[in-house]
Design a protein around this ligand. Structure first.
Ligand SMILES: NC(=O)C1=CN([C@@H]2O[C@H](COP(=O)(O)OP(=O)(O)OC[C@H]3O[C@@H](n4cnc5c(N)ncnc54)[C@H](O)[C@@H]3O)[C@@H](O)[C@H]2O)C=CC1
Ligand SMILES: O=C([O-])CC(=O)C(=O)O
Length: 333
């Protein structure tokens, strides 16, 4: 059987901690499939060049059968040339005590510059995932400064929050995480996000049951559950003195895998995508919605009932994103 053509995957910030967890996952086929050869493009900045070369050496040493080539570079044009998938991790991470806004000005100017490089040099139809914070707003800046990249090709990572929500429900109910589905993360990848279980279900021997019915504790679902998911990033920083890395890398693989290969029938996932005004979320923001994916395209799940409690939470996180957008533009001017 003829083997598939390799897919070129760019990871920016590849010498950093998420990069170090992510590149072996990609090279093992976790992101694009166990039969899909890949060529890794790793981009970082000159102070990290030596560390980046060390990562390249380890990739050679690991002898991954699917890995058909490695480009390790500090040249953004070389990094972006011909890439089919771009995972944008490069940037300055949040440290203990910092809010995401504190890292805004450093990161939006990086995303403006890299937007142009991707627009000029990536493969046509390149899919872009922004991981670096503020993830939604960096993705929006990338979109606005790369006008020829279709907006449906630009997304940001909220799958980590989605997976955190699945994890919390699984622990609470003592069920397999793979039996829980259809939680939703609405809005910003920040502490205003709204983790919503109103449409989530668990597979049980007696069929699929609503999470709300099985948990039977609305106070917990509307209180501690939400704040645990919202604050999980900060809790990891407090515990590790470093922000989430293995879970971020794994969730980035989940995001691209589902986008490219499709979501299972009856399952939706959360992705930060360009709002078209669905659910009365202002158009023109990168906002996390429930989506299904098929043939390499995402579609926002329509028609879910939104109660009054949820409505307020959807609006609150949209307001924060509008403020971030204004702040980002003020940082750039
Ligand atoms: N969306 C999400 O769910 C999550 C997002 N994050 C964010 O991901 C980002 C990366 O986190 P870590 O890997 O822990 O940080 P890190 O500091 O370990 O790595 C970042 C890397 O980016 C590089 N970099 C800086 N400017 C760059 C540029 N202009 N071009 C290319 N590379 C550049 C740095 O040299 C460094 O190697 C941070 O912004 C962090 O806040 C982290 C966890 C979850
Ligand atoms: O909280 C942070 O700064 C890192 C992050 O995005 C997360 O872990 O969700």
């Amino acid at each position: 059987m003829a083997s598939k053509e390799p897919i070129r995957v760019l990871v920016t910030g590849a010498a950093g901690q998420i990069g170090y967890a992510l590149v072996p996952m990609i090279a093992r086929g976790v992101m694009l499939g166990a039969d899909q050869p890949v060529i890794l493009h790793m981009l970082d900045i000159p102070p990290a060049a030596e560390a980046l070369n060390g990562v390249k050496m380890e990739l050679v040493d690991a002898a991954f059968p699917l890995l058909k080539g490695v480009v390790a570079t500090t040249d953004v044009v070389e990094g972006c040339t011909g890439v089919n998938v771009a995972v944008m991790v490069g940037g300055f991470p949040r440290k203990e005590g910092m809010e995401r806004k504190d890292v805004m000005s450093k990161n939006v100017s990086i995303y403006k510059a890299q937007a142009s490089a991707l627009e000029k040099h990536a493969a046509a139809n390149c899919k872009v995932l922004v991981v670096a914070n503020p993830a939604n707003t960096n993705a929006l800046i990338l979109k606005e400064f790369a006008p020829s990249i279709p907006e449906k090709n630009i997304s940001c990572l909220t799958r980590l929050d989605h997976n955190r929500a699945l994890g919390q429900i699984s622990e609470r109910l003592n069920v397999q995480v793979s039996d829980v589905k259809n939680v939703i993360i609405w809005g910003n990848h920040s502490s205003t996000q709204y983790p919503d279980v109103n449409h989530a279900t668990v597979k049980t021997p007696a069929g699929e049951k609503p999470v709300r019915e099985l948990v039977a504790d609305d106070a917990w679902l509307n209180g501690e559950f939400i704040s645990t998911v919202q604050q999980r990033g900060a809790a990891i920083i407090k515990a590790r003195k470093l922000s989430s890395a293995l879970s971020a890398a794994s969730s980035a693989c989940d995001h691209i895998r589902d986008w490219v290969l499709g979501t299972p029938e009856g399952t939706f996932v959360s992705m930060g995508v360009y709002s078209d005004g669905s659910y009365n979320v202002p158009a023109g923001l990168i906002y996390s919605f429930p989506v299904t994916c098929k043939n390499g395209e995402w579609t926002i799940v329509q028609g879910l009932a939104i109660d009054e409690y949820s409505r307020k939470k959807l609006d609150l996180t949209a307001d924060e994103l509008s403020e971030e957008k204004a702040l980002a533009y003020s940082c750039l001017s």
